[in-house]
Design a protein around this ligand. Structure first.
Ligand SMILES: Cc1ncc(COP(=O)(O)O)c(C=O)c1O
Length: 323
């Protein structure tokens, strides 16, 4: 297997992020619940995308890119963090966003604060967004620029390496704390975080089951299998990956990027028990999913004594979604 260190990586994050026990919620649940604070990755408002962008933007730089393009919804945390990282690297960021959902406040403000060039496309389909990005990249190339394309969420094998690295980081923090995690739970929006983390868990924490909570109705079982296999191939690692490794549950509520009563309740519960903020549409729904699996006595968590919740950020959208 290739070492993670053999890939180009820009140190955009402040790592390792903290990992500690949530004492009050643990008492409530009757289990040891820990949190990994990837909302504190240190650039912009923090969040999971920083770990992916460390590899993706290193690749962009290696290829001589001066402009980075990515896509998302108007409140995309990924787009805002891409803008923040590009600003830090002196690159231009062009964010091509679907004109659906809340076009004001939250991350839309931050995109401008970070100096991004924001273009809205009036569509429901990423096919139209990607076609527009192709067109913009053609123009840029004609003008002598070198554009670099990052798909929605940065969920390609190279981006997933960030969460293979996160799993390795968790394994070493767990060892230092003298704890072994039975399960790690994370939000799944485009699949990269979960896929990297699940592959990383197989490699560095084989006793830890990785559970994803899907916040939209994409088929994450297939997406994750594909991304895990592509990431393993990139790492040239032989580890077998099969359907059994992928544990996905869903917490969508009224729809992607829309708040749900369960997600809102999780926001309040964590804030009032631990003084930590999650957002209502990603991390709040993921935490709601964890609570729901606990309540149901779901087999994936029933025997878990030590559970880790991966906080993937989302603070920007907290101020743009109805709570
Ligand atoms: C705050 C937050 N958490 C989790 C996710 C999901 O991560 P991924 O897109 O890698 O599945 C996203 C983005 O989609 C996000 O913005």
């Amino acid at each position: 297997m290739k070492e993670l260190e053999s890939f180009s990586r820009l140190p955009l994050g402040v790592l390792p992020t903290p990992l500690y026990k949530l004492e009050n919620l643990s008492r409530e649940l009757g289990k040891n619940l820990y949190i990994k604070r990837d909302d504190m990755t240190g650039t912009g408002l923090g969040g999971n995308k920083i770990r992916k962008l460390e590899y993706l933007l290193a690749d962009a730089r290696d290829k001589g890119a001066d402009t980075v393009l990515t896509a998302g919804g108007p409140q995309s945390n990924h787009a805002a963090l891409t803008a923040a990282c590009a600003a830090r690297l002196g690159m231009r960021a062009i964010l091509v966003l679907k004109k659906r959902g809340n076009l004001t406040g939250g991350n839309v403000i931050l995109d401008h604060v970070f100096g991004a060039d924001v273009r809205f496309v009036d569509t429901d389909s990423y096919r139209d967004v990607y076609a527009e990005m192709e067109r913009i990249m053609e123009d840029l190339r004609r003008e002598g620029h070198v554009p670099y394309f990052i798909p929605v969420g940065g969920s390609v094998a190279l981006g997933c390496l960030g969460y293979v690295g996160c799993a390795r980081e968790i394994a070493s923090q767990a060892e230092a704390l003298g704890v072994s995690f039975d399960a790690v739970v994370s939000a799944t929006g485009s699949g990269g975080t979960y896929s990297g983390l699940t592959l990383g868990a197989k490699l560095f924490m084989p006793g830890t089951r990785s559970i994803g909570i899907g916040v939209c109705d994409d088929p994450f079982e297939e997406i994750s299998l594909r991304l895990m296999r592509e990431t393993a191939a990139l790492l040239e690692c032989e580890v077998p990956i099969d359907r059994e490794d992928v544990r996905i549950y869903y917490q969508i509520g009224p729809g992607y990027a829309k708040s749900s009563p369960e997600g809102r309740e999780a926001v309040y519960r964590l804030a009032r028990a631990e003084g930590i903020l999650v957002d209502p549409v990603y991390t709040g729904k993921a935490l709601a999913g964890l609570f729901e699996l606990e309540r149901q006595g779901n087999a994936d968590l029933a025997h878990a004594e030590n559970i880790l919740f991966l906080h993937t950020g989302g603070a920007g959208a907290l101020f743009a979604v109805d709570l």
